[in-house]
Every structure is written in structure tokens, then in C-alpha cells.
Design a protein around this ligand. Structure first.
Ligand SMILES: [Mg+2]
Length: 423
């Protein structure tokens, strides 16, 4: 029986996430870059307008600007990419438990043993539509009977396309392609193959496997099987999950943040989402990090190790706010903020009690957050909000900090509270 394997590859992933968060970037040549202050900053991703100028991933920002002086270079927001990567992964897991990530923006899905999965091309098209509608990103999907051909298929046509490489058509589609397009044919291997006049996948497939074993070792035979569609490598089970090392979120607000109250609202919204994700993953954090960047693009990053561990919004937000106050000098307004939690531990583990932990006092607040989680799960993220957040909701939704919900109108409000950093 033929296997049903999908390979989903997000198109220009980093650049696309930046364009979701800041739609103005859609219409200009734009790239995500490493640290531009340093000469060796490189292009990590670019949009199609930038690609039209011949800008390539991994070239220096300096080189890219020579080709396109008007290029807009934005800094990388890795926690944002991680956030989208997890959302995509969760979506794929709705189709099969065999989902294997390959980097941040690619995954294999194996539908072979899924009863009622139906036509894998139809599933591929559905995933593309959902990625477009739910996350405003685009992806290309390869559908095939091997892992390697599925990957080849996702590269074949971009953006937002499905390519089927079947036992019937693989000779016509795959074999004319350059041998370097095949997964695991690196540049060194490609050069070696070209020396013996193998330039296409078809030429590799036609070789004698014994010859390739002598010439390239055991890897040569694996490549020969890949080219012939006979490799049977499996797709890992997604229950084997990537170790989560940090959970964070960041935003660049539509208007600069002018005072501590603006900053507190943003930190609260970010912390709320981070804490919710920690609880969903049954994790608690021991370290809170914050970074901030002013309108002059200067910034800082600081962290604090806690004497306890937490998955609670108030504790994360207050620690983050304290870090901000100690470190931001207000020479200009704040443009972007990020809150990240690290040194994560499973909350199911036996908690090491410490006298500083004050579990006794904390338990009531933790229960409250659990109830909030449950309400949000049923009625959407905006169904229940802290009073201080209501006034800035629309701004944060606009910036993608909060997701649109199915509605809901109630909020947790402290009546009469007028203190500046209202909770
Ligand atoms: Mg990609």
C-alpha cells in the first residue's frame, strides 16, 4: 500500500510573520535581519518584493542594501516565530499523531494509517486554506509516498500550492530536477556527483547502487533509494514533543508607549498570554525575562531568577514590570516589548517547597487563573479581561498580541480602583 505523506513548508516564514504583525510591510521590499549595527548582520528572510531585487537569504544586510537601497530591515522576533510554529504544529496534530518538525517552519505528516483521512491532496488543500484563513500565512505542501519526495513536492511550486508526486508521475516530475534539490544532497555531495556527470535526480536514480556505495559510502545508497522513491524512512510520532525551552511573546505597538501605564497594560497582556500558554503545557517558569526597545531602536534585555516557580499572570507581569522600571531610562517612548519565561519545569513534578514559596497564600490566586483559563477555552480569549486591559484591547488585537475571540462581554474589574498600575 502506498503511504500518504505530506510535507508542509511555510513560505518566507519569518518575513510573513512580520507582515502579519505589521501589514504596512506587505507593500515594500522588506527583510528580517540579524543585528544591523554590526557589519556582519545577515538577511534571515525576505518578502517577494525584496526577492525581486535579487536579495538572497544569508547574504549580508550591507550587500542587500547595495541591491535595494530602500530595503526595510526589521529585527527578528524569534518568540513570535515560535508562537506561530506551535500554532501550526497543533493544527497538524489534528490530522494525525505522526507529525515530525523539520526546522521551525516545516513538518512532515503521515496520514497512511488514519482511517477516513481520505484523499491526501484534499487534506493538503484544506491545510493551506486553514493556514491562510486562521493565521494569515501561506504554505506549500508536497504530497507523496515517501518523505523525500513529499519534501521535494513542497519546494516544487510556491507560494500557496499543493504538488502531488505519485508513483505514476515521479519520473516526470522529480527526475529532471537538479540533483542538489534532493534532501540530504549537500553542496559537497553535489560537487562529487557532478564530477561523475550526475546532474539530475534521474541520473542519480539510473546509477548502480554498488557503484554509489563505493563512491559515497552508505549515504550513496540512501540517496539512490531517495531518487527511486524506495526510501522507507518513518515519520516520528508527535507525542515525542520538542523540549520547550522558553515561552514568550512580544509586540510592537501601533502607537509608541508614552508612560509606565501604557507599558504596564502591554506587559499585562503579554504576561497573560504567556502564563496561559505555560498552564496549557503544564509548565512553570523559574526565570522571567523582559526586553524593550525605544523609538530610537535602542533597547535592553534583562532577566530575573525567581525564588519560586510560577505560571501566573500577576507574578510574571509584576516581575517583568520591576525589571522594566529598573532598566528603562525614558530617553524616548517605548516601541516594542517582550516578555519571556525560561528554565521551565513540569508543574506536575513534586514541587520543592521553600519558605519563600508561600504556597499557602498563592493557592487562591492560582485557582482564579485556572477558572479564567476554563472560561477562555469555552468563550474565547476576550471573554474575560482584567479591567486595566479593556481600554487597550483594540490596540493589542490590532497588533496581534491578543487573538480575536468569539465574543464575550464580562470582565474582572476592580471597582473604584484608580491606582496607576491597576491590576
Ligand atoms: Mg519555508
Amino acid at each position: 500500500m502506498n503511504r500518504k505523506i505530506l510535507h508542509v513548508d511555510q513560505n518566507c516564514f519569518f518575513a510573513s510573520v512580520e507582515m502579519v504583525n505589521n501589514p504596512e510591510l506587505r507593500d515594500v521590499p522588506m527583510a528580517v535581519g540579524g543585528d544591523e549595527d554590526k557589519r556582519h548582520g545577515i538577511i534571515l528572510a525576505k518578502n517577494r518584493h525584496a526577492a525581486a531585487y535579487g536579495i538572497k537569504t544569508a547574504e549580508t544586510i550591507w550587500q542587500a542594501r547595495q541591491k535595494c537601497p530602500g530595503l526595510v530591515v526589521v529585527p527578528a522576533h524569534h518568540d513570535q516565530y515560535g508562537y506561530y510554529s506551535e500554532k501550526l504544529f497543533d493544527m497538524y496534530c489534528q490530522y494525525t499523531d505522526r507529525v515530525e518538525p523539520y526546522g521551525m517552519d516545516e513538518c512532515w505528516l503521515d496520514l497512511t494509517d488514519i482511517a477516513g483521512a481520505g484523499d491526501p491532496v484534499r487534506v493538503a488543500d484544506e491545510i493551506r486554506a486553514r493556514v491562510r484563513e486562521e493565521l494569515h500565512l501561506t504554505c506549500s505542501v508536497g504530497v507523496s509516498f515517501t518523505k523525500i519526495f513529499a519534501k521535494l513536492g513542497s519546494d516544487y511550486k510556491k507560494p500557496d500550492a499543493t504538488t502531488l508526486i505519485s508513483p505514476e508521475n515521479y519520473r516526470a516530475i522529480a527526475w529532471p530536477l537538479p540533483v542538489g534539490d534532493l534532501l540530504f544532497v549537500g553542496r559537497a555531495t553535489q560537487r562529487k556527483l557532478e564530477k561523475i556527470n550526475i546532474r539530475t535526480i534521474g541520473a542519480l536514480a539510473a546509477m548502480s547502487p554498488d557503484y554509489l556505495r563505493d563512491y559515497l559510502g552508505v549515504n550513496g545508497v540512501k540517496l539512490w533509494m531517495s531518487a527511486n522513491g524506495t526510501d522507507d524512512s518513518e515519520i516520528a510520532n508527535c507525542m515525542y514533543k520538542r523540549m520547550v525551552k522558553s515561552v514568550g511573546n512580544s509586540t510592537t505597538t501601533a502607537r509608541d508607549m508614552m508612560n509606565e501605564r501604557d507599558v504596564w497594560q502591554t506587559i499585562l497582556a503579554l504576561s497573560d498570554q504567556v502564563a496561559g500558554r505555560l498552564r496549557k503545557k503544564h509548565l512553570q517558569a523559574q526565570t522571567i525575562q523582559i526586553w524593550a526597545r525605544g523609538s530610537d531602536l535602542q533597547g535592553f534585555e534583562r532577566q530575573k531568577r525567581l525564588s519560586f516557580r510560577t505560571d501566573r499572570t500577576d507574578e510574571i507581569a509584576k516581575t517583568a514590570m520591576r525589571l522594566f522600571r529598573f532598566n528603562y531610562l525614558w530617553e524616548c517612548p517605548v516601541r516594542s516589548l517582550g516578555v519571556r519565561t525560561t528554565q521551565l519545569i513540569s508543574s506536575d513534578e513534586e514541587r520543592q517547597r521553600s519558605i519563600f514559596d508561600a504556597d499557602f497564600r498563592r493557592s487562591g490566586a492560582t485557582e482564579l487563573e485556572t477558572v479564567i483559563d476554563r472560561i477562555r477555552m469555552q468563550h474565547g480569549d476576550l471573554a474575560i479581561r482584567r479591567g486595566v486591559q479593556l481600554e487597550c484591547d483594540s490596540k493589542l488585537v490590532e497588533n496581534g498580541v491578543l487573538s480575536q475571540s468569539r465574543g464575550g462581554f464580562s470582565s474582572v474589574r476592580e471597582p473604584g480602583s484608580r491606582t496607576d498600575l491597576r491590576w
